[in-house]
Design a protein around this ligand. Sequence first.
Ligand SMILES: [Zn+2]
Length: 410
Amino acid sequence: MSRTSCRFCGSPVDAVFADLGMSPLANSYLPPEAANSMEPFYPLRALVCEKCFLVQLEEFETPERIFSDYAYFSSYSSSWLEHSRRYAEQMIERFGLGGASHVVEIASNDGYLLQFFHERQIPVLGIEPAANVAKVALQKGIPTLVEFFGARAAQSLAAESAADLLIGNNVLAHVPDLNDFLAGIKILLKPGGVITMEFPHLMRLIEENQWDTIYHEHFSYFSFLTVSRVFEAHGLALFDVEELPTHGGSLRVYGAHAEDAEKPEGEAARELRERERGAGYERLETYLGYGRRVEQDKRQILGFLIGLKEQDLRVVGYGAPAKGNTLLNYCGVRRDFIEYTCDLNPHKQGHFLPGSHIPIRSPDVLREDRPDVVLILPWNLKDEIVQQLSFIREWGGRFAARTPELTLLS
Ligand SMILES: [Zn+2]
């Protein structure tokens, strides 16, 4: 096997963090006409760098292929929209943004976030690699460039579009060339400007056993210590951090030019670095024991599902998120355990989950079909979903979800 070099520091990487076997791309939902065709599977194996402790996937597929027809439209989740609206309000107030400011978002999706700045007459620009998604943003009046962000794109934009606030939410983990991406940020950020980024926190992934958030589109998994090093290497300093409940536990980091004396490191940033250091995030052993916990969890999940089927219960899924596909494919769960899954997104309905080929239906079928157990795949949204589907209790239906152990909810 060829040796992989670290996506950040270039050191050879071969320490295994978690090996989830062979898996198709988690966002490759199959249309009905492809349901009987061959599907490409790739190794889904996360490694950890012994030098900088970046947890990362080996690369098997080009980013263009992974992202060119991305089915995810942010505006379909009401809680995510609310999160975005509050974020925009906070930033406008904290950094005094107004009509003379410029807000740029990388991976701006369908404009779900920039619309809240746009409404307040603050000039915005979105940069989004998926053309079908960018088109929706343009229809809403959000200026959007269809492009992969990096140093080259930043150079052509910097003269006219340098940013007072540069946003990258749930993009850092998806960046194939981390150093080129950070170089672009350094170029596009105005002197005195602020960058904020949100991404899942590796500490939550490890402590709460969220290995199903590992999938091919997700190249890197960051602790605050490691992400601080990555920014530092590009002349940027992280001066603040918030821990958010989104996606099972995310960080929102605040960065500025390292030479910006007006933004000294705050208490929250210092405290989190110390907490991670204390928990062993700069020691290889902390990472090497994780794979065994993943294997144990697979046995628990299969034991739970076998138990339900042995009682002759009918089990269906709810949601068709990427993390559901990692779970189902790693555990080898197919229609023998889960008859179908339901999703509100009309772009996914009528399609099949990659690998498992479980059909995706509209949530409307639940009332008629009356399954015994609804397994919630996006466990991070379980409270919202339990409320929406409380009617399944009319026929004695029950919910199941990972909490982090897979269990029936009371
Ligand atoms: Zn490294």
